[in-house]
Design a protein around this ligand. Structure first.
Ligand SMILES: Cc1cc2nc3c(=O)[nH]c(=O)nc-3n(C[C@H](O)[C@H](O)[C@H](O)COP(=O)(O)O)c2cc1C
Length: 340
């Protein structure tokens, strides 16, 4: 690859500048502050926090503030994502997101979880452009002009022509109301995670909006090479890496190399994996405290081991035997300190 390709230029989302177009996606249970910090250290140019229910954001007290709304100095630019079913509560939550230090407010219009849809939140919003646009207007009006408002959308509720028409109605209305960027996941809400993400749809979206709106592509970015392919094939401005980053924050250092025309770095050594767990633990202690941090790291440990340890099944068995809080014992046993 040659340097000078379009994705090497910084992107601006309104007033917020992103120097590298590969972001850590919004990932409930995974894009919390410790993981966001690590992915940024590995090269991600941006991150979107886990989805937060508007009611939670509004009501969260001092004790849990750090856990849900904490932002560390080294993770800007950063988006906070909110989800709700009334424009009013969403707008109130948006203000709190901004007051907490997030640089961008992202509205979730994509979550396909049945309970969420049943409560007319997340992906359900795509079925009602009037409500969607009211939410956008209220949130846009509630936060300062300098704070960008962005959306996360799937390509529709379902595969019907009506579903697609509603997508375009919301997208056009979003541009009129000053939305700065939209992340499009190329699956429908009904599709959940079955079948492929439709990248042709992403290309169509980018073609249609031109320079009026920044588009981040999402869906089926499992390896660094997939990201390159998406950027080339669809011409989206950036990508959000989701499942491809779970257990694999190194995908961002691979992307940094590949997008700059350098060879793909070696897979993480055991020492590098060990360093990841130790840093994740240190950051988790800051956010969750000593007592809860081990189980938070445990969640990432298994996925990382399954992906990168040469004896994944043995590590998995050791983790099961040790329990989710026992990962430190497994670390000592299976991740030598000076291995390279
Ligand atoms: C465990 C998990 C949690 C997710 N949480 C969120 C979320 O909080 N907000 C959101 O907008 N999307 C969420 N997503 C969707 C991802 O951001 C992404 O759009 C989707 O996984 C498609 O990308 P992929 O096929 O590359 O994984 C989540 C996905 C997964 C697998």
């Amino acid at each position: 690859m040659t340097s000078g390709e379009h994705w090497l230029d910084p992107i601006s989302i309104g007033t917020v500048r992103i120097d590298f177009p590969c972001a850590l996606a919004a990932l409930a249970g995974f894009s919390d502050q410790p993981m966001r910090r690590i992915c940024r250290e590995m090269g991600a140019g941006y991150a979107i926090g886990e989805v937060l229910l508007d009611q939670l954001v509004i009501a969260v007290g001092r004790r849990k503030q750090r856990r849900y709304l904490g932002v560390s100095d080294d993770e800007h630019p950063l988006a906070g994502q909110i989800m709700g079913n009334t424009a009013e509560d969403l707008a109130t939550a948006a203000v709190r997101i901004v007051d907490s230090g997030f640089d961008v407010v992202d509205i979730n219009m994509g979550c396909p979880v049945r309970k969420v849809i049943g409560r007319q939140r997340g992906g359900w919003i795509l079925s009602d452009p009037t409500i969607a646009l009211e939410m956008i207007s209220r949130v846009r009006d509630a936060v300062p002009d300098a704070v960008p408002v962005t959306l996360k959308m799937r390509r529709g509720m379902d595969d019907t022509a009506e579903g697609e028409t509603k997508f375009w109605t919301i997208l056009d209305g979003a541009i009129e109301r000053g939305v700065a960027a939209v992340t499009v996941h190329g699956r429908t809400v009904q599709q959940k995670y079955n079948g492929p993400s439709d990248w042709n749809f992403l290309a169509k979206v980018k073609r249609n909006v031109g320079s009026k709106l920044r588009i981040f592509g999402s869906g089926d970015l499992f390896e660094a090479e997939d990201v390159l392919r998406m950027l080339r094939e669809t011409h989206v401005d950036g990508v959000t890496v989701a499942r491809g980053a779970i257990g694999n924050p190194w995908i961002f250092r691979e992307l940094a190399a590949l997008l700059h025309g350098q060879p793909k770095p070696h897979p993480p050594t055991l020492a590098e994996q060990r360093d990841f767990f130790e840093r994740l633990f240190a950051y988790s202690v800051e956010v969750y405290g000593e007592k809860r941090a081990p189980s938070e790291v445990g969640r990432h440990f298994l996925r990382t081991a399954m992906r990168h340890h040469p004896q994944p099944n043995a590590v998995r068995d050791a983790l099961v035997a040790a329990g989710s809080r026992g990962w430190e014992t497994v670390l000592e046993q299976w991740y030598p300190k000076n291995e390279s």
